[in-house]
Each structure stands twice: as structure tokens, then as C-alpha cells.
Write a protein that binds this ligand. Structure first.
Ligand SMILES: Nc1ncnc2c1ncn2[C@@H]1O[C@H](COP(=O)(O)OP(=O)(O)OP(=O)(O)O)[C@@H](O)[C@H]1O
Ligand SMILES: [Mg+2]
Length: 360
């Protein structure tokens, strides 16, 4: 898969900017706050219909404007495609794929496959379970178009069950239990399948990043193994759920845990082990997407050269040199010093929302 061109109009600090992209390495460099990450954000938005920085879409519209437009031309399976997204201050965004209007975000996801490496990745391992669920949900929804739809259905049923719990009128609870259980089964089947697939990729990539010293394991954490057990748990927890006014078990509470040499990473892992584990997880995501869709995903590397040490950067760069990559950095030499990247590289000097000059 290859992004050939991106056009931004009133997007973040860009007024009007067309960028023709290189098929291999693209480096956006420049001082702080010039608009480097904004370009990655636009690419990510076209892949997932959301930003990786904010839920508030009107933050993406250039100050003082009513609307913003992103247009991307890309090749996938040897076909040319085009995605156009128009964001409005007061109305819902409008998405077109090859000039056909999409009705839902879930129809967009999966067209452009993307993996982002960013300094914020550490929160996946260090913060609460919702960040880990989000990581899994994004990965699966890129590969299985039905998944996002199933997840939306699950959330709707959950909301309705919670409303019943709050109202304390539980005559209909059995109906909601049954619906929740059936919907949850679909979600956890997908999630378990993909955690197992990630494990297989991690077994290959993690030893390479640690001179064969560490073994890594990812384990899906859940309090039930099948829908019968989940139903029994819901019934068991009913009085507690009524007291709290929400559903305390289900796909919205599940998690995964990582182990290094059999020890839980979040309890015993050093800072360096966390960093390597997150890199392995991201690379596993990248390899899994490649394997499933038969094409390389697009890679976004936001500021990684300032965040990681030389060894870890080298191991990323060695593994991604065949992909189409978008890198941001303040000092271009922090990227150019790695020989493995210098063969097919295009540089863009970003200055106050404009590309100042381009070079090979
Ligand atoms: N809606 C908006 N309208 C206009 N400008 C915006 C908008 N949103 C953000 N900006 C500006 O975009 C700039 C930040 O862009 P970005 O995050 O891409 O910077 P960067 O070049 O990646 O910087 P750093 O090296 O610090 O990461 C800031 O100057 C900010 O004020
Ligand atoms: Mg940035």
C-alpha cells in the first residue's frame, strides 16, 4: 500500500498544502510547533476517521475557519483510490471513498492500514486497561471490517443494560443479559484470536530486539471463558451492578497483560524493558497487518529519534526500511545518520505550516 499524495486545506496550521509523497522514507523535519505531527495526524485521520491526539474534531480545523478538508490519493492492491474528509465546525464530518459518500466511520476503517509509533505509546502498557483495549480494538478493526460494527452494537446494548440498572426496574434484565452475552461473545472471540496472533509475532520480534535474552508473552485477561460463564457472572453480580448502576463485567472491562521471562512486566519491568516491550508490540502489529492483508501497512514515526536510544532506533529502522514510512524529527541528522534509511529518502522542511523546501 502506498500513499501518493496528500492535500490539506485549513487543516490545523495548514492553509493550503499539497504534498507529493515518496514511496519509501519521508522525513518531515523542522523546529517545534511548525506542523510536522499535524501531517501524520491527517494521514492517521484518513485511515481511522479519528485523531490520535484528540476526540474533538473541530480542533483540527484551522483557527477561524468553518471547515477543513483532507484529500489522500493512495494505491492498494494495484488500484488507485482517493479518500476525502471534510470536517465542519457545527456539522458531522463527511467522508468520501472514491467519490462515494460513506455513511459510517466503520466503512472507512481498513482502507488505509496504518501503524503509529509515538512517544505516547508507553501509556498502552503503563496506564489502565482502556488504553490496551483501544490498542486491540484499533488493530482488529483495521483487519476485520465487521469488528467495529460489532463493538458499536455491544456498546449500545451495554448502555441500555446500564439504563435498566439505574432505573432499578429489572423485569427486563434477562433480555439484556442475553443480548449482552451474545454480543460479548463476538468481541472476545476476535480479541482472543488477535492476542494469540500477536503472541506469534512477538515470539519472533522480541528476541531479536533483546539479543535473544528475553522471552515475551501476552495474555488476554478475562473473568470468563465462554458465554455460559459470562451469563452466570452477570447473574451473580446483579445485586452489585444494581447498587453501582452499571455493568461490572464484560468486554468493556477486559484487558491484556505482558510478561517478560514469565514475570509480569507492569510489576517487575524496568523502564528499558517497558520501552522494548512496546516497540515489540508495535512491530508485532505491523507484521500482523502485513501478513493478513498481504501488503505493507503505512508507518508513522512521530519523534521517535528524540525519545529512544540509538540501539532501539536502529532496530526499528532495520525492520521498516522496506515500508512506506513517515518520520517527524527536529534535527534531520538524527535520521540521516542511519545508513539503512538513506537509499530512498525524501526530506520536507516544515516551517509555520508550509513546506519550505524539498530535497532528496
Ligand atoms: N486548529 C488549528 N489552527 C491553527 N493552528 C493550529 C491548530 N491546531 C494546532 N495548531 C498549531 O499547530 C502547531 C503544532 O503543530 P505540530 O503538533 O504538528 O507541531 P510539530 O512540528 O510536530 O512540533 P513538535 O516538534 O513540537 O512536536 C502549533 O503551532 C499549533 O498552534
Ligand atoms: Mg510533533
Amino acid at each position: 500500500m502506498l500513499i501518493k499524495e496528500v492535500y490539506l486545506e485549513n487543516f490545523r496550521n495548514y492553509d493550503r498544502q499539497k504534498i507529493e509523497l515518496n514511496e519509501n522514507i519521508n522525513v518531515f523535519f523542522g523546529k517545534n510547533a511548525q506542523g510536522k505531527t499535524n501531517i501524520l495526524e491527517a494521514l492517521y485521520f484518513c485511515a481511522l476517521g479519528r485523531s490520535f491526539r484528540t476526540y474533538k474534531e473541530n480542533e483540527l480545523i484551522h483557527f477561524g475557519n468553518d471547515a477543513s478538508r483532507i484529500l489522500i490519493k493512495y494505491d492498494k492492491n494495484n488500484r488507485e483510490n482517493e479518500i476525502e474528509i471534510i470536517l465542519h465546525q457545527k456539522e458531522k464530518k463527511v467522508i468520501h471513498l472514491n467519490h462515494i459518500k460513506l455513511n459510517r466511520n466503520s466503512e472507512l476503517v481498513g482502507n488505509i492500514n496504518i501503524v503509529i509509533f509515538s512517544p505516547d505509546d508507553m501509556i498502552i502498557l503503563k496506564q489502565g486497561p482502556s488504553q490496551r483495549r483501544k490498542f486491540l480494538d484499533i488493530l482488529i478493526s483495521q483487519l476485520k471490517p465487521r469488528y467495529l460494527h460489532e463493538l458499536n452494537e455491544y456498546n449500545k446494548i451495554l448502555e441500555q443494560r446500564n439504563a435498566v440498572l439505574k432505573s432499578k426496574k429489572v423485569d427486563s434484565i434477562d433480555i439484556w443479559n442475553e443480548q449482552l452475552v451474545n454480543s460479548c461473545e463476538k468481541i472476545f472471540t476476535y480479541r482472543r484470536e488477535y492476542v494469540d496472533k500477536l503472541q506469534k509475532e512477538l515470539e519472533i520480534i522480541h528476541p531479536k530486539l533483546t539479543n535473544q535474552l528475553e522471552k515475551i508473552k501476552i495474555v488476554y485477561k478475562t473473568n470468563f471463558q465462554n458465554k455460559e460463564q459470562f451469563l452466570a457472572l452477570l447473574q451473580d453480580r446483579l445485586s452489585l451492578d444494581l447498587l453501582r448502576g452499571y455493568t461490572s463485567e464484560g468486554a468493556h472491562r477486559e484487558d491484556f497483560e505482558m510478561f517478560i521471562n514469565e514475570n509480569p512486566l507492569n510489576q517487575y519491568g524496568s523502564q528499558g524493558q517497558h520501552k522494548t516491550a512496546i516497540l515489540s508490540l508495535k512491530m508485532a502489529e505491523m507484521l500482523l497487518i502485513k501478513e493478513e492483508i498481504g501488503e505493507n501497512p503505512i508507518l508513522l514515526l512521530d519523534d521517535v529519534t528524540s525519545e529512544l536510544d540509538v540501539e532501539r532506533i536502529e532496530s526499528i529502522f532495520e525492520n521498516i526500511k522496506e515500508y512506506q514510512v513517515f518520520i517527524t524529527c527536529t534535527d534531520v541528522n538524527t535520521v540521516l545518520k542511519y545508513d539503512c534509511l538513506t537509499k530512498n529518502i525524501k526530506l520536507y522542511n516544515i516551517d509555520r505550516g508550509k513546506i519550505k523546501d524539498k530535497g532528496e
